[in-house]
Design a protein around this ligand. Structure first.
Ligand SMILES: Nc1ncnc2c1ncn2[C@@H]1O[C@H](COP(=O)(O)OP(=O)(O)OP(=O)(O)O)[C@@H](O)[C@H]1O
Ligand SMILES: [Mg+2]
Length: 387
């Protein structure tokens, strides 16, 4: 049985630039799918193809047994007949219309007079706490209020599919959390089907029923958040989902070692691709999985200990974000503020430290020179800090 929302072999090119490349996607009814990927990988273009705002060169898009695009027959249902709601990064409210008229617009174009008469506009405004703002104009609203109105407008016509294109990225951190929570609660209550684009991994993990990690117009991994988080299928996905630390590994006669020459037993690590058959590989691990120690005696048994040089640290409240250097590579880690704060503040850049991690926290991939070109979630290298 096919999913209610099926995208198959979708291809969109601009000149010789293939922006969406044979993309397949199956979305279940009521599912909240998060499309995650770096700038330029084709996220917005994919959404615009789903909405009918772009004409793909090939492939097909079906919503609930209704073929809305088919490259072979050139069938292409126009946007207003696809029953889709859209929420954009830039709010995109009509400045000359009141909040009421903005929210009413999708009902008006669908000629849903009865819904309007029954108070659908007011009800949608209430769901996003904007019931008191109906007679204002967008210029009289804060950014967070404008975006909540845009969410109400996206949902008011009870569309089959709601497309969100980075709707939170223009909001400051506190508002972003608020509106994110509101979208999450609305989804739980109303059960609409959504495709939500972001390049923020925290947003993706919090909202997604499933995550699609996109790379150069294709889906690299499509799975539930826990699987993507724990078992990234490639170094690209690992880097994108918070494994900002990268260690180059080499295999000699005595087994694997780091670039600094420290031996590394990979028996308990998660080794992917053909990494177990090559002589060079790349290990990824999260800053959260690296510990700081004052001396080698403190390293828990079973952990890999590395001698390192303190580069920088930043106070983060209960923790410090610390950067150290081991061999030619830098590692980011989180150190408990109560345990390490005073020692860190007394240390100068270049001080010797010991770091360790459990080999089970490593994800090892075959070395791929291109895989670490983009690391949006990687911690800062040497900027900031006080060391
Ligand atoms: N109308 C267009 N004409 C030509 N090239 C385009 C057009 N729209 C997008 N592109 C190109 O297609 C690629 C993908 O663009 P898209 O907007 O889908 O990326 P994105 O993943 O949404 O990125 P971001 O995270 O920066 O929003 C980019 O290289 C972009 O320059
Ligand atoms: Mg975009």
């Amino acid at each position: 049985m096919t999913s209610p929302f099926t995208v198959a072999g979708l291809t969109k090119t601009y000149g010789s630039n293939v922006v969406v490349d044979q993309l397949d996607l199956e979305i279940e009814e009521g599912e909240f799918l998060v499309l995650l990927g770096p700038s330029g990988c084709g996220k917005t273009t994919t959404l615009r193809c789903l909405a009918g705002l772009e004409t793909p060169q090939g492939g097909s898009i079906a919503f609930k047994d209704h073929l809305v695009f088919d490259g072979r027959t050139r069938r292409n249902v126009p946007p207003h007949k696809r029953n889709i709601g859209m929420v954009f990064q830039s709010y995109a409210l009509w400045p000359h219309m009141t909040v009421r008229d903005n929210i009413r617009y999708p009902l008006k174009v669908r000629k849903r007079k009865q819904a309007i008469a029954e108070g659908a506009v007011e009800a949608a405004a209430e769901t996003v706490d904007c019931g008191a703002l109906l007679d204002r104009y967008p210029a009289q609203l804060s950014g967070g209020q404008q975006q909540r109105v845009a969410v109400a407008r996206g949902l008011v016509a009870q569309p089959d599919l709601v497309l969100f294109d980075e709707p939170l990225s223009n909001l400051d951190a506190r508002l972003r959390d608020q509106v994110r929570l509101q979208i999450h609660q609305l989804h739980q209550r109303l059960g609409f089907t959504a495709v939500f684009v972001t390049h923020d991994q925290a947003e993706a993990l919090a909202l997604g029923d499933r995550l699609a990690i996109m790379k150069s117009g294709k889906i690299e991994q499509y799975d539930v958040p826990e699987q993507v988080f724990e078992n990234p299928i490639s170094e690209y996905v690992a880097a994108f989902i918070g494994m900002g630390n990268r260690l180059e590994l080499h295999r000699g006669h005595d087994g694997w070692s780091t670039s600094a020459g420290d031996a590394l037993d990979l028996t308990h690590a998660v080794v992917r691709d053909a990494a177990d058959r090559t002589t060079s590989a790349v290990a990824r691990l999260r800053p959260d999985d690296v510990s700081l120690h004052r001396s080698i005696e403190e390293v828990p048994s079973g952990n890999v200990a590395l001698h390192a040089e303190l580069i920088t640290y930043e106070y983060g409240g209960r923790h410090f974000d610390v950067t150290v250097k081991t061999g030619t590579e830098q590692l980011a880690l989180r150190a408990d503020a109560a345990e390490h704060g005073s020692a860190l503040r007394a240390s100068a850049s270049g001080a010797e430290v010991v770091v360790s991690f459990s080999p089970a926290s490593l994800r090892v991939f075959a070395a791929d020179g291109a895989a670490h070109a983009q690391e949006p979630t990687a911690p800062p290298a040497t900027v900031g800090g006080h060391a």
